[in-house]
Design a binder for this molecule. Structure first.
Ligand code: AP5
Length: 256
C-alpha cells in the first residue's frame, strides 16, 4: 500500500515524495470531511452517468467533469491531445492514464471545482483512482461517494443504439426514452444532433469488455474504503434523478 501512495503521488503531481498517510487515504464514509461533494459516477457505457451528471450540475451546481466530453471537445477543436486520442475513442479503447490524468488535473485546478464535482467517467483504472485520491487529499478534500450505476447489458445496447447528442453543448437525448422536442435537434440550441462514432454495435461490445476488465475492479476498490453506493440504473431517468436528489443532502452534509 505504501507503493500505492507513492505511485499516486507521482501520478498526480510528478513528485516522488509524499507526506500522505494511509489514514488520510482510507477514511470511513461517515467520518469524512470533504468540504464539498466530490462524487464519482462509476458504471458501464450507457448506464446513464452523463444524463444524471448533467442533472446534478443543473440542480446542485456541481461541476460535471466528464472525461469523455473533454476528449470529444479536444477532438472537435483539433488540438494536439485531440489528434492523439481520436482513434482511441473511435475504437472504444481507454486513453492512456498519463494523458487522462493530466487533463483531469488541469480541469480540477480551475476555481469553479471548489464547490463540488461530479466525476462522470473518471476514474477508470486503479492508477487514475489513486491519482485522484491523492490530489484531493493534497487539497484537503476527499471523495464523498462512488456511485455505482447497475444495469443489464441488454438495456445498455438498446439505450446506446438510440442515443443522440448535441455536439455543441453535449446535451444527451434518446430517440426512445428521452427524445428531443423537434426532430433530431437540440432543445437548448437547435443544433442538429449526432450519433457518437463509438455507438456502433461492435464498438459498444468492445467498450463493455474494456469496462469489465479495467474499470469494474474499482467497484471493490471503493467498497473496501466504504465509499461505494449502488443505484439501480435500469429505472426511468426521472426515478434515478429523484433518488439522487434524495441522497444529495446527505452527501452535502457529509462533505461539510
Ligand atoms: P464516455 O463518454 O465517458 O463514455 P462511457 O463511459 O462509455 O459512457 P457513455 O457516455 O457511453 O454512457 P453514459 O453512462 O454517460 O450514459 P448516457 O447518460 O449517455 O467515454 C468515451 C470514451 O472516452 C471512452 O470509450 C474512452 O475512449 C475515453 N475515456 C473517457 N474517460 C476515460 C478515462 N477516464 N480513461 C481513459 N479513457 C477515457 O445514457 C445513454 C443513453 O441512454 C442516452 O441516450 C440517454 O438519453 C439514455 N438514458 C439514460 N438514462 C436512462 C434511463 N434511466 N432510462 C432510459 N434511457 C436512459
Amino acid at each position: 500500500m505504501v507503493q500505492d501512495i507513492a505511485r499516486a503521488s507521482s501520478l498526480a503531481s510528478g513528485r516522488g515524495q509524499t507526506s500522505t498517510t494511509m489514514a488520510n487515504l482510507k477514511r470511513s464514509f461517515n467520518n469524512r470531511t470533504c468540504e464539498a461533494p466530490y462524487l464519482i459516477f462509476l458504471g458501464p457505457p450507457g448506464s446513464g452517468k452523463g444524463t444524471q451528471a448533467e442533472k446534478l450540475h443543473q440542480n446542485f451546481r456541481l461541476v460535471q467533469l466528464s472525461t469523455g466530453n473533454l476528449f470529444r471537445e479536444h477532438i472537435s477543436k483539433g488540438t494536439e491531445l485531440g489528434l492523439k486520442v481520436k482513434n482511441i475513442l473511435a475504437k472504444g479503447e481507454l486513453v492512456p492514464d498519463d494523458l487522462t490524468i493530466a487533463m483531469v488535473m488541469e480541469r480540477l485546478a480551475r476555481p469553479d471545482t471548489i464547490m463540488g464535482v461530479v466525476f462522470d467517467g473518471f476514474p477508470r483504472t486503479r492508477d487514475q483512482a489513486l491519482a485522484l485520491q491523492y490530489r484531493l487529499d493534497e487539497k484537503g478534500k476527499c471523495i464523498t461517494a462512488a456511485i455505482q450505476f447497475k444495469i443489464d447489458d441488454d438495456d445498455i445496447i438498446e439505450r446506446l443504439s438510440s442515443r443522440r447528442m448535441c455536439p455543441k453543448d453535449n446535451t444527451i437525448y434518446n430517440l426512445k426514452s428521452n427524445a428531443p422536442k423537434e426532430d433530431e435537434k437540440c432543445d437548448l440550441c437547435g443544433t442538429a444532433l449526432i450519433m457518437r462514432d463509438d455507438d456502433k454495435p461492435d464498438v459498444i461490445r468492445h467498450r463493455l469488455q474494456v469496462y469489465r476488465q479495467q474499470t469494474e475492479p474499482l467497484i471493490e476498490f471503493y467498497r473496501e474504503q466504504d465509499m461505494l453506493v449502488e443505484i439501480d440504473a435500469g429505472r426511468s431517468i426521472e426515478d434515478i434523478t429523484a433518488q439522487l436528489d434524495e441522497w444529495m443532502p446527505m452527501f452535502i452534509y457529509n462533505a461539510n
